[in-house]
Design a binder for this molecule. Sequence first.
Ligand code: UN1
Length: 478
Amino acid sequence: MESRNYIGGEWMTPTAGELVVPNPSNTQETVGLVHLSAKEDVLQAGDAAVAALSKWTSMTPGARGEVLLKAAQLLEARAEEVAHLASSEMGKPITEMKGEVKRGINLLRYYAAEGVRAFGSVIPASQQQVLQYTKRVPLGVVGLITPWNFPIAIPIWKLAPALICGNTIVWKPAENASLSATALTQVLVDAGLPAGVLNTVIGQGSVVGQALMDEVPLDAVSFTGSTQTGLKVGEQAARRNIKYQTEMGGKNAAVVLADANLDIAVPAVVSGAFTSAGQKCTATSRVIVEAGIYNRFVAALRDAVNELYVGSALDQKSYLGPVASAAQFEKVSAFVDVALREANEVAQARLQVNPASGYYVAPLVVDGVGVQHPLVQEEVFGPLMTLLPVRDFDEAIAVCNDTVYGLSASVFTENLHAGMRFLDEAQAGMVRVNLETSGVEYQAPFGGMKMSSSHTREQGQAALDFYSQTKTCAVYYG
Ligand code: UN1
């Protein structure tokens, strides 16, 4: 397979460079070829998005919804094929990837239905015979910058609400999700999206992302990715005074209190930390454990880690696969080296494959480092869990909140009072009791506090607020 740009209703092969995509599960195997774009491609995409705006905006939301419904149908029909491609491209286990594609289908249906829901309200006026009401109107041209770790679901949770609200789009997917992005674009094209409404431009952040942020006449931008890049996106958007949203890093904690039910806590902590090989901004990476249960928790966790099946992403049995790329492998391996050198090893899973065949990192659990240690403060984005023993609930909350991030946090307890206090006091956009830190629901708002986001929310009804602006209208009919 080869990646393609889709600009102004035409498939195009940009010529600024090429990248061969190895399968992260087996780097001897080539999955496809990515063609990289130049700045001119991005500018052309911007022009196409501007040109398509009036036609798309003037369609009824219901008619726009029909296109999304058709896209849901097509993605469902192609689910196996798309999941297989995405797993081969970025190494998420096929069983998890199928779930992600299903989430994408659900998102398309959810936002399609918004086309026939109320999108404003009637508000009493101070004068008689005045009808005062609000309505949502589109923003215009929206730039979308998406990461590789959810190559199907994240693009859809930005595209679908942007489209139903009547915006046109320039989409820059992550380089190592370019083949998946091409397949997803094909779904939307086949669903009948008019020319110019979605423009997909494949390439590097330093070229495509930069040109998008600096030169395309954007009215808004939505970004998911690293904190470092997200802050630059936010800065540039503020300078241009366009609406923006950034979803960035996390350093999510799971707190295990002394009365926790370990049959619930252990699988949830393992899943939060190790599914997708820990490559989720919502992944559990700090596990804060009350002293009274520490030894029992560690024993149960060790058993669970010893049973993990780490193999090829295309092996149905794999609980986790490799990390996504050579760059990820280096970054995560550097953290693992620090952990093996400076912390105590608590458990490490065995690999069921030859480690040299792909970008495999064995899931690792450590303890014995202080709360200011880089393993506890920096986002690893890999299968590495650090345990932090604490005396009591108060210390647990203090440690939980001792981070610049605030995306997601969980507590495991059988005590209603402790659970509710945690929901009140944990500084995170997503707070949970007896549930893992990752695994967001498309119909609920999602986003972080502190350095994790621009304090905006995605998905659910919140996405409609982001991708539209409100007009307050008044009519005197006396
Ligand atoms: C999830 O936990 O289901 O990039 C989704 C990420 C997040 C999405 C997490 N924006 O990992």
